[in-house]
Design a protein around this ligand. Structure first.
Ligand SMILES: Nc1ncnc2c1ncn2[C@@H]1O[C@H](COP(=O)(O)OS(=O)(=O)O)[C@@H](OP(=O)(O)O)[C@H]1O
Ligand SMILES: Nc1ncnc2c1ncn2[C@@H]1O[C@H](COP(=O)(O)OP(=O)(O)O)[C@@H](O)[C@H]1O
Length: 232
């Protein structure tokens, strides 16, 4: 684990408090941490949430594992140590975004429980919401939209999560999203996003003042809100 901080540096306090920023934005900063196997739907749910929250007038930002590895973490691979460092960096950035008042949505495999708990520990209590994509490997592998499972099965990619590298399920993630509902029907990404948003409301991280339109939420005072919306 990295040292607490570099030598001879002093924390500089800002002159605008987090609460002031949150009041300006009319929202609370938090981190929604979406974890699960490759192909489980993390990026898709993150995108659906981003869309739904934006329609509600909430400022959010998605930190997606694939994208972060094109820049901030482009020097990292997939060893245990590199994944730990990847999650540490993403966690630190997510913490800054939450401090700026944004609903910060992270979609990273983050396969090791300890690394996710490390990030949870960076945030104020209650500001970290872990969303577990409980999608069986068989479904993820069947989707294989990037062809990586095929390469992993062929031994071309070593240390692939779910194949020859572990995914550790948390004891109590705040939200669990399954691929199918009780009736065995596929759950759409919009409905998954809605489940997470409902949880954020339940945890007091989002305002209850919402009206609903199908699976998408829109803010009560959005002038462009559809006329056929019904109260929750
Ligand atoms: N060895 C191995 N294991 C798992 N995934 C791999 C690997 N090599 C490359 N990829 C691709 O990298 C994406 C995962 O990046 P992450 O930053 O989310 O990974 S991690 O959280 O550090 O484990 C992941 O993206 P998603 O499919 O969106 O999850 C893969 O496309
Ligand atoms: N709820 C869903 N139902 C059906 N297919 C989905 C669902 N969510 C994602 N997918 C599909 O699964 C594939 C992988 O999704 P993606 O979001 O890229 O996963 P991840 O980010 O976890 O690797 C994509 O082709 C996507 O369209």
């Amino acid at each position: 684990m990295a040292p607490l901080c570099s030598a001879n540096v002093t924390w500089q306090h800002g002159c605008v408090e987090r609460t002031e920023r949150q009041n300006m934005l009319n929202q609370k900063g938090c981190v929604v941490w979406i974890t699960g196997l490759s192909g489980s739907g993390k990026s898709t749910v993150a995108c659906a949430m981003d869309h739904a929250l934006s329609r509600m007038g909430k400022l959010c930002y998605v930190l997606d594992g694939d994208n972060i590895r094109h820049g901030l973490c482009k020097d990292l691979g997939f060893s245990v140590k590199d994944r730990e460092e990847n999650i540490r960096r993403v966690g630190e950035v997510a913490k800054l975004f939450a401090d700026a008042g944004l609903v910060t949505i992270v979609s990273c495999i983050s396969p090791y429980r300890r690394d996710r708990e490390f990030v949870r520990g960076l945030l104020n209590k209650g500001d970290f919401v872990e969303v577990y994509m409980k999608v069986p490997l068989s479904i993820c592998e069947k989707r294989d939209c990037k062809g990586l499972y095929k390469l992993a099965r062929a031994g071309v990619i070593k240390g692939f999560t779910g194949i020859d590298d572990p995914y550790e399920v948390s004891d109590k993630p705040e939200v669990v999203l399954e691929a199918t509902n009780a009736a065995g029907e596929l759950v759409t990404p919009d409905c998954m996003a809605e489940t997470v948003i409902d949880s954020l409301i339940g945890y007091g991280l989002l305002s209850k003042e919402l009206v609903r339109h199908g699976c998408m939420c829109v803010d009560r005072d959005l002038s462009s809100a559809p006329t056929a919306v019904k109260k929750r």
